[in-house]
Design a protein around this ligand. Structure first.
Ligand SMILES: Cc1cc2nc3c(=O)[nH]c(=O)nc-3n(C[C@H](O)[C@H](O)[C@H](O)COP(=O)(O)OP(=O)(O)OC[C@H]3O[C@@H](n4cnc5c(N)ncnc54)[C@H](O)[C@@H]3O)c2cc1C
Length: 512
């Protein structure tokens, strides 16, 4: 008997899920499928923390599907092999899935599946999953299309699904031969947990979002922490946008009645902007799936000629640079799988400007650490923070200033860099300035207990910025940057530009 396949990709939910919703009202039995593809496991950006998180979210999804009469086949197989196998057993009439925005391997896989469908007379219907618009060539109409999509009605989860009755595949970390890498404070997987996280953000944690998001300690509670759920699609961006808009409407009404709404409206307005960025950055990879291997402006990248220096890379990636605040951030990220936006940007900036390391390798390291790794956001941000797009202001972060601003007393540093445990506040950000006697007293001898700074932070950063602007010069390079802007640039211009001060390709580096 012919069946329909609902192919779950990075959309592990039953709610607001067009493929499942449509399949549930079709007259064919439905086989729900999730694949752990060997090709994906072989990609250099893949880490066991991602796979285990996805599997745990898939197991939660299966419980939801079972309650409707369906099941979930979790197969460790190449997509074509899986489809062949299912087709031989049941005859697939139709496949439904969400569109996926991934790096080249997933685009190529989708092309192969598409060809297979044509050859086997199988219909494949793909549905949009977020604000990414497929087939778009430029950015002029993107925002309108995205906003329209965010306003569409949410789809209820199906109550009954006529599931295919057969033995179901069940891949596990053990069966795919992957060792676990444990992280601490790991979120709870699944769509119910995602809803709980959203609720707690909108009811209490989010009020000080705008003012807390830059501090690595405060951001842990006051950022939404929804990103890992977005990366596996346990919750739709549209649901989060709409729930936030409803909350904002209620707050505005309360304010108009004279009630004190504290910092909520400002915070939620910042939050909505970031939800728009989510789609904005993913759109870049949708339009250019090679962003993980080729810079947006390859002429700048070539002109920079950054080289791999193993010693620098090791210190940067392990958090042993000798810059306490940076090391605390990197060690915290490795241990927990998460760090806030500003610190992610600082990490890329330190790698790219201070240490002049190539973005591909440093970007891969970060991708493997982020539980919420989302290729579209990640590689766009890596390009932006490494200065290789040609359309963004160069943002070179001072790791010492960042530490002073966001961890003035060194609490975060002491939490993650045990070597700093007894270093007085005065020296916590620059321990190399401690007199030798004090170093001995607090058992933090620089070069022995804790490394000397890998390079002089300020002069290396300035030199990195200088070399970056040198690589951006030249008519041909600027022309290439204009094309990048046409294709990827946000059409929303910052206030300073609207007032006419400063060109798009600003030569004024921002030192943070
Ligand atoms: C070098 C670098 C790499 C990054 N890699 C990723 C990644 O792999 N996956 C990822 O989800 N985010 C990435 N970000 C963006 C951002 O740091 C994270 O989205 C955010 O820290 C996740 O925590 P949160 O869910 O609590 O975010 P919140 O601050 O609560 O924001 C809510 C949501 O908005 C989106 N968002 C927030 N900030 C950004 C941003 N700057 N750009 C695009 N979308 C944003 C995310 O979907 C996030 O979940 C990266 C940033 C940098 C600088």
């Amino acid at each position: 008997m012919a069946i329909e396949v609902v192919w779950f990709k990075r959309d592990l939910r039953t709610s607001d899920h067009s493929p499942l919703f449509e399949a549930s009202s079709s007259n064919l039995p439905v086989l729900c499928l999730f694949l752990v593809e060997p090709q994906r496991l072989a990609q250099p950006d893949c880490d066991p923390i991602h796979i285990e998180w996805e599997l745990d979210c898939a197991y939660e999804l299966r419980k939801k599907l079972e309650a409707t009469g369906a099941n979930l086949d979790i197969m460790h197989k190449d997509a074509l092999e899986a489809m062949e196998e299912i087709h031989a057993k049941h005859t697939i009439s139709r496949i439904r899935s969400h569109e996926e925005t991934g790096t080249s391997w997933s685009f190529d896989r989708d092309k192969r599946v598409s060809e297979w469908c044509v050859d086997n007379k199988v219909e494949w219907i793909e549905y949009p999953n977020n604000g990414v618009i497929r087939g778009m060539k430029g950015r002029d109409k993107w925002k309108t299309s995205r906003d329209r999509r965010m306003g569409l009605d949410l789809l209820a989860p199906p109550k009954r699904i006529a599931g295919v009755q057969s033995k179901h595949a069940n891949a596990t970390m053990q069966s795919i031969g992957m060792s676990r890498r444990q992280i601490i404070h790991r979120p709870i997987p699944g769509q119910d947990a995602a809803m709980d996280v959203l609720r707690s953000f909108l009811s209490s944690r989010g009020e000080s979002y705008r003012w807390s998001m830059s501090s690595p300690s405060l951001a842990v509670d006051n950022c939404s922490r929804l990103a890992p759920y977005f990366s596996t699609g346990c919750i739709s961006v549209r649901r989060v946008v709409q729930t936030t808009s409803s909350k904002m409407r209620r707050l505005k009404e309360a304010r108009s009645r004279g009630e004190d709404v504290g910092g909520w409206l400002q915070s939620l307005s910042s939050f909505q902007s970031r939800l728009a960025w989510h789609c904005h950055f993913m759109q870049k990879l949708e339009m250019e799936p090679t962003l993980d291997t080729r810079a947006q402006n390859p002429l700048i990248d070539r002109g920079m000629n950054r080289e791999m220096d193993e010693e620098r890379f090791r210190a940067w990636s392990e958090g042993t640079t000798g810059w306490p605040f940076f090391d605390a951030c990197m060690r915290s990220l490795i241990a927990t799988g998460w760090i806030n936006f500003r610190m992610r940007a600082m990490m890329m900036s330190a790698a790219s400007y201070n240490l002049w390391l190539p973005w591909r390798e440093t970007g891969l390291h970060l991708a493997r650490q982020f539980l919420d790794y989302e290729p579209g956001i990640h590689w766009s941000q890596v390009g932006m923070q490494s200065g290789t797009t040609g359309i963004n202001t160069v943002r070179a972060y001072s790791v010492i200033k960042q530490g002073r601003d966001h961890d003035p007393k060194g609490t975060f540093i002491r939490n993650w860099v045990s070597e700093m445990g007894s270093v007085p506040d005065k020296y916590i950000h620059e321990p190399w300035k401690m007199p030798q006697e004090l170093q001995n007293d607090v058992e933090c001898v620089i070069g022995k207990h804790y490394p000397s700074p890998i390079v002089d932070e300020a002069s290396a950063r300035k030199e990195g910025v200088r070399r970056t602007y040198a690589a951006r010069s030249g008519e041909e390079t600027r022309e290439a940057s204009k094309k990048v802007y046409q294709k990827h640039g946000s059409r929303r211009r910052p206030a300073v530009r609207r007032r006419g001060r400063g060109a798009r390709d600003s030569r004024q580096a921002k030192l943070f």
